[in-house]
Design a protein around this ligand. Structure first.
Ligand code: HEM
Length: 474
């Protein structure tokens, strides 16, 4: 996707009237009390909370939770700084730091300079030429999944998309034709996702070592994935042919920059490979599945958009030919639908960091240890950049429409040196999959289903109760 030009606009920065050292923000205790006493509004989820803070207090906001400083940046210019000039002052946030217990030191959790080195090594696996071959995987696995759907049935499409995305990542990463034990893999991955927000609570290490069922599942999941991944790595070391998958690329990767100093090729050891594989499974599975599930929900709610998507899919792909990577750039409307879905329901709904050393934003000093949030959810629904922001309208993403917005009014894949390494793959996967699904099936909501789907913002943004739709062959 081409990006919008850099348009800079005036910032709305306000000072806290009670303490000029801080930017304005809500007093959480009084807010909570008012709500308890007067029931002034329904309970907000964290994504809606950040959206309301941005709306009520300006472009840089501050609040205290349990004695900890939180700063939230709500303007595209500040988001641009967050990802570029301010990034050297940041560490990974607390959740990512504690997630090293299960993820190790992969791309998501590592700090510089390790992160940069690993990124250099992993980058070739995600180049355009390489990911083109994954289109065949996407096509055949999507066809296989659709064959299991009986005409006229009602399905939880969120479950279906989670399963499909996991099969696709298993094949693209390891060339696993059939994940032997999909259930074990799913439960390992979901126990990890369950653990990540928990890592925020005090004494989480004690909780993790406890005999609680969820923690037992976490440890079993860790053992299962370790066995699987180390097994595949050992087999590949014995027979290092290129299988065309991500792991082959990671195994071949050598760091010329570091190697130059020692005159030897530097590559990843088994632990680093394991950490990157677990990271890719986790980062590549739920994000994609959630985006696709929300897209299907929106398509079911908007029959006109669904029909336009189907018309394009039939025009580009014909009625039954398998898709290829060459189809991807021609499926312009499908890409717009995927883009607009991630505007309304960004799978990564907030980018969080921790302040590593004091620095200034808009004249305010950010103290060491403060939490920093750049909320995709709030920026993507800010009426300054999006007219009628809650309306689903894929035409916001025509080339012309994109020109009028600042680069960081929209950032589902983050930015700067930590921008999603697989962004190209994710766009291709989302676009091809949506076109294939709309070509074959019509999706309709269950009678009485709410138009606004309940959401759960945790590590990723999920549909709280899944996405139940009826599926009919076209
Ligand atoms: C719609 C799908 C996806 C979305 C919305 C998404 C979003 C993101 C975002 C926002 C980040 C940056 C996080 C941060 O700044 O802290 C990120 C990082 C990452 N993503 Fe994705 N992602 C998607 C799909 C994938 C896929 C398919 C893979 C792998 C196959 C993947 C692998 C990664 C990795 C390894 C990182 C860490 C990069 C680094 O720190 O250098 N993602 N993703």
């Amino acid at each position: 996707m081409s990006t919008a030009p850099d348009i800079r606009t005036e910032l709305d920065i306000r000072t806290d009237p009670r303490d000029p050292r801080y930017p304005a923000g809500p007093r959480l205790f009084s807010r909570l009390l008012t709500r308890q006493l007067f029931g002034t509004s329904r309970r907000q989820n964290p994504a809606e909370f950040m959206q309301s803070v941005a709306r009520d207090f300006g472009d840089l906001t501050h609040y205290n939770i349990a004695g900890r400083h939180f700063y939230q940046v709500n303007h595209p210019d500040l988001i641009a700084d967050f990802f570029t000039t301010d990034a050297p002052h940041h560490h990974r946030n607390l959740v990512m730091q504690r997630s090293r217990d299960v993820l190790g030191h992969g791309l998501l959790t590592s700090e510089e300079p390790l992160h940069m080195r690993q990124r250099r090594l992993a980058q070739p696996a995600f180049l355009r030429s390489r990911i083109a071959s994954y289109a065949d995987v996407i096509a055949s696995y999507t066809n296989a999944q659709m064959r299991r759907w009986s005409n006229g049935s009602t399905l939880d499409l969120h479950r279906e998309m989670l399963e499909l995305a996991l099969r696709i990542v298993g094949k693209c990463l390891f060339d696993l034709d059939e994940i032997n034990d999909l259930h074990a893999m799913e439960s390992a991955v979901s126990s990890f996702m369950y653990f990540m927000p928990l890592s925020f609570v005090p004494f989480s290490r004690l909780v993790q070592a406890s005999p609680l069922p969820a923690m037992r599942r976490l440890r079993a999941g860790q053992r299962y994935l370790d066995e699987l991944i180390y097994g595949v790595i050992a087999e590949r070391r014995r027979d290092p042919r290129d299988r065309g998958d991500l792991l082959s690329m990671l195994l071949q990767a050598t760091d010329a920059e570091e190697g130059a100093a020692t005159n030897a090729a530097i590559s990843m050891n088994d632990t680093q490979l394991r950490d990157e594989c677990v990271t890719i499974i986790l980062a590549g599975h739920e994000t994609t599945a959630n985006a696709l599930s929300f897209a299907l929900h929106l398509l079911a709610q908007h029959a006109d958009v669904q029909q336009r998507l189907r018309d394009e899919a039939l025009a580009v792909l014909g009625p039954d030919r398998p898709v290829t990577a060459d189809d991807y750039p021609k499926l312009k409307y499908a890409t717009q639908v995927f883009a607009e879905t991630m505007r309304l329901y960004p799978p990564v709904w907030v980018t969080a960091r921790m302040c590593a050393e004091p620095y200034q934003i808009a004249g305010f000093t950010i103290p060491k240890g403060a939490a920093l949030n750049a909320p995709q959810y709030a920026l993507h629904r800010d009426p300054r950049w999006w007219t009628d922001p809650d309306r689903f309208d894929p035409d916001r993403f025509t080339d012309g429409a994109k020109q009028g917005r600042p680069r960081y009014a929209y950032f589902p894949f983050g930015g700067g040196s930590r921008q999603c390494i697989a962004e190209g793959l994710a766009w291709m996967e989302g676009t091809l999959l949506l076109a294939m699904l709309a070509r074959q099936f019509r999706f309709t909501p269950e009678p009485g289903a709410p138009e606004n789907i309940p959401i759960s913002p945790s590590i990723t943004l999920r549909p709280t109760h899944g996405v139940r739709l009826s599926v009919d062959r076209t």
